[in-house]
Design a protein around this ligand. Structure first.
Ligand SMILES: Cc1cc2nc3c(=O)[nH]c(=O)nc-3n(C[C@H](O)[C@H](O)[C@H](O)COP(=O)(O)OP(=O)(O)OC[C@H]3O[C@@H](n4cnc5c(N)ncnc54)[C@H](O)[C@@H]3O)c2cc1C
Length: 463
């Protein structure tokens, strides 16, 4: 692609199609709860989503299960509120286990199609105005403040005005377009965690545990020989809500998810990897002759891209030490889970001191002293870490809040806080804070956090 030529975009008037109190940008695990919470607290809310459905990576990425709804290495909940409501509503439709059952296993398994309808219904019941199939392409500012986001859809370019904006795009698109400070990936070289797609495979009888191990060993041997390209051989993992197929998280690609060229390479590469696996299974593993790809996630999933810069950045020590804060608005329990930014570097799984690549990796060679060993990745057992309200603010745009995986956090901090249980808790907090700010006519930074925490507790959240 030519880099030297440029064109000038013609200046044009853009209609403001709607004006809301709170504009939630992105309908993923961080966005939907923000919209529901703000609307339930009386704000007029518009939620803008580029796809025709909500759920973000939980639906478009087929990511499951929802993690970090309970304390680390313990069976008590640390996130309830809207997350529990979503789970109970999915359970009523046969798309998730009972809430109490989810506390006995490591995550909340669910049916992605069931999640879509539950989110539709909850938004509609709360009175959220939905604008689907609309891509946020730019931001209009009025001084420091964001005045409107500009969306592209089949009607053309439209503006959606608002008083408070919640950036739940995952990639901090709103902050970035507004020129508010953002960071990208790890501090050393800007590289983010690798991305990945979930695969659903069907067309075979689910093997027992012994046979599962045997097949995984065969897949691993192919990986070691360089004939299959994955970071783990676990294609026989299963989302227990769907007994007719497996749901595997084994693909990986190193690149920037806020770069369309990298995303294009990722999609092509992962599709090729998955079909190499299917061909291997069909031809070499008895019982898998009719195996097929029931579904590959519609989009490759980014684990990390941009973070909004707020007055405080959640960091690795917060996670490892299980730190608590007086302005906590959400709890997390997932650990510092950094998927090697280089992608499928088998046998490397995570970025940590015990990396088998050793000094072959430039990061390892230069940053060894600052890397964490295995034991330093986890929060204390039976505990959690708090996420302070300051992580939801932007130092560059006073009427912007963040939610989900683009909150203010370091590379290590976001490696724990990015999982969906935590994103839902962050969303409920961001939406409640946005509604409070609108009601009181103040900036989100001026919201009384003690009052915010009381509201969250009244709404069933654990803070
Ligand atoms: C391979 C992989 C495995 C994972 N495994 C797990 C797991 O097992 N359990 C777990 O809990 N978490 C897991 N995660 C993490 C988790 O899925 C995400 O971090 C989480 O979904 C983030 O939620 P979010 O709402 O911040 O962002 P997203 O889920 O990315 O949602 C963002 C939403 O905003 C929309 N959007 C983005 N940009 C725009 C725009 N410009 N205009 C309009 N709409 C826009 C998107 O379409 C999307 O709906 C995994 C992630 C990956 C990639």
């Amino acid at each position: 692609m030519s880099k030297s030529r440029t064109i000038t975009e013609p200046a044009r008037e853009i209609p403001i199609v709607t004006e809301a109190d709170v504009v939630v940008c992105g309908g993923g695990p961080g966005g939907v709860p923000a919209a529901i919470a703000a609307a339930r607290h009386g704000a007029r809310v518009v939620l803008i989503e580029r796809y025709g459905f909500m759920g973000g990576l939980a639906t478009a990425g087929l990511v499951a299960p929802i993690l970090a709804h309970k304390a680390h290495a313990a069976d008590f909940a640390i996130v309830e509120g809207i997350l529990r409501e979503i789970t109970e509503r999915m359970h009523a439709l046969g798309g998730a286990p009972r809430w109490e059952e989810t506390l006995k296993v490591w995550g909340i398994n669910f049916d992605a199609e069931c999640l879509k309808i539950v989110l539709d219904e909850m938004c509609q019941e709360a009175g959220v105005e939905l604008l689907l199939h609309s891509y946020i392409a730019d931001v209009a500012r009025d001084g420091d403040e964001i005045a409107a986001v500009l969306v592209e859809n089949k009607s053309g370019r439209q503006a959606v005005g608002g008083k408070v904006f919640v950036d739940a795009t995952g990639d901090a698109d709103v902050a970035f377009r507004a020129g508010a400070p953002t960071t990208h990936g790890r501090a050393w070289d800007g590289r983010p965690e690798s991305m990945g797609s979930f695969i659903h495979l069907a067309g075979f009888a689910h093997p027992d545990e012994a046979r599962k191990k045997e097949i995984a060993a065969r897949v691993q041997a192919e990986m070691a020989a360089g004939r299959l390209s994955f970071y783990n051989p676990g294609f026989l993992n299963r989302n227990d809500n769907q007994l007719d197929h497996t749901s595997a998280n084994m693909t990986r690609f190193g690149g920037d998810s806020d770069n369309a060229a990298d995303m294009t390479r990722a999609e092509l590469s992962i599709r090729r990897d998955v079909w190499t696996l299917v061909r291997f299974l069909r031809t070499s593993v008895p019982g898998f002759e009719n195996c097929y790809v029931q579904q590959l996630s519609p989009q490759v999933g980014p684990r990390e891209s941009r973070q909004i810069v707020g007055p405080y950045a959640l960091n690795g020590d917060d996670i490892h030490l299980g730190r608590k804060y007086p302005d906590a608005i959400a709890r997390g329990s997932w650990w510092i889970d950094i998927h090697c930014p280089l992608g499928n570097t088998y046998p490397v799984h995570l970025c940590r001191k015990e990396c088998p690549k050793g000094t072959d990796c430039p990061f390892f060679a230069a940053e060894y002293e600052r890397m964490r060993s295995y034991e330093e990745l986890y929060p204390p057992a039976g505990d959690w870490y708090d996420i302070p309200y300051r992580c939801l603010l932007s130092v560059g745009a006073p009427n912007l809040l963040s939610s989900g995986r683009c909150i203010s956090a370091t590379h290590e901090g976001m490696a724990g806080s990015r999982v969906m249980g935590t994103c839902v808790a962050l969303g409920q907090a961001a939406g409640t804070a946005a509604a409070l700010a609108v009601k009181q006519g103040i900036a989100p930074a001026a919201v009384d956090v003690t009052g915010l925490r009381e509201m969250l507790r009244r709404d069933g959240q654990l803070v």
